[in-house]
Design a protein around this ligand. Sequence first.
Ligand code: PHE
Length: 458
Amino acid sequence: MRGTFGKMGFILAAAGSAVGLGNLWKFPYMAHRNGGGAFVMVYLVAVVLLGLPIMMAEITVGRSTASNPVRAFRKLGGAWWSLVGWLGVGTGFIILSYYSVVAGWTIEYVGKCLAWSAEGFTKADAQRVGKDFMAFLARGDRQVLYHGIFMTLTAGVIAFGVKRGIEAVTKVLMPLLFLILLGLVAVAATTSSFGAALESLFVPGKIGVRGILEAVGQAFFSLSLGMGAMLTYGSYMSRKESIPRSALMVCGLDTLVALMASVIMFTIILGVPPDQRGKFGASSVILFTTLPEMLYNLPLGRILAPSFYLLVGFAALTSTISLLEVLVSWFIDDLGWKRTFATIVVGAATFAMGVPSALSFGSSDFLSTKFAPLAPKATGFFDTFDYLAANFLLPIGGLLTSVFVGWYLSSAFTRKEVEEGHGPFPLHLLWKTLLRFVCPGAIAWILYSIVFQGVKFN
Ligand code: PHE
């Protein structure tokens, strides 16, 4: 028996999948590095022209077959196309294994912040925070422990199934996440650098090719596209719901969260005098090194700091459950395994797969620096996996999905499916055209640029 989401269930779960470390950590830092406003503009265009059509395509394949990615592509396209499903399952396995490691860091930081809030965040703490973070990264035992805890939490939710697990958890966590984020934006709005933050985020400046590529790649990762997560959630969507409206809501919410997170981060960054801002530069670790101090400088910092890391953890959890569900659904549908059993086995395997990533932040010299098959583009186990997944596997999955739904599936079929639960859909031709030409063209250009021009994303 396959589950089905209740009303709003799909939107909340899918938004939960989309909103994650990509929005709260990657997006603000990439926007900052690429000149703010122009990056945001390109990103918005990418979401509308690529993200929205491909998300609708994934949901269409999922809902029309009520199957996991492998079976869905096989049902509609035969054995060869089922390879796209396999690619998705493989990509999900890879992403989940390392994503859970970073997600685990939030557990440490919620704990740290609670202690700081209780005892006060002192100057000495501020000076130590960067070094402490590096030391924490290099502690293999901690890394593995938190990764294990995060995988256990994820598996715990998935074991309860689609309605009582995924839907129930995202129904609580998503509104909560939104509230915490709103609270942080409200506090940011009371500080003097808020205006400057808005300006640098929304007034476009210059952007280079690399920035454009990063914006497009980020849209994929952030919207959870290209590996079957939206397809799998789509397979649990009720036939009474509208695919175009749901996809629009999910893309809108995901973008809104990325922008809210950026407003908060930019306000904090710009609140620091320019001569002390150097260390933010291109650093992707500011979330754990400079942010605690900044949060404690804000009004209500003692409440905001732990809430913030809790928020990041929640956002990551609703993303990891979508990744694990893709894998588990295959074992349930195709091998006939019981959900609990499948969850334990797959959860344990993913945990094991993530251990080398957990040890690649300094605790193992081999995994941290020597393991570099893709050097100089990526160094270390974690980096290599992230590079491979975000820059190749997701875009390739998205490209094949858009070709499949754009060219292989007949217009009669796709029209019937998107109109079910929606009513007449006059934009069908536009959607098909985007899937046929714009999406494959843009993605092929990205892949070409990465391979032949050495543009690196992360
Ligand atoms: N979209 C998630 C984020 O922004 C990451 C993710 C990618 C989740 C792919 C599922 C599938 O953090």
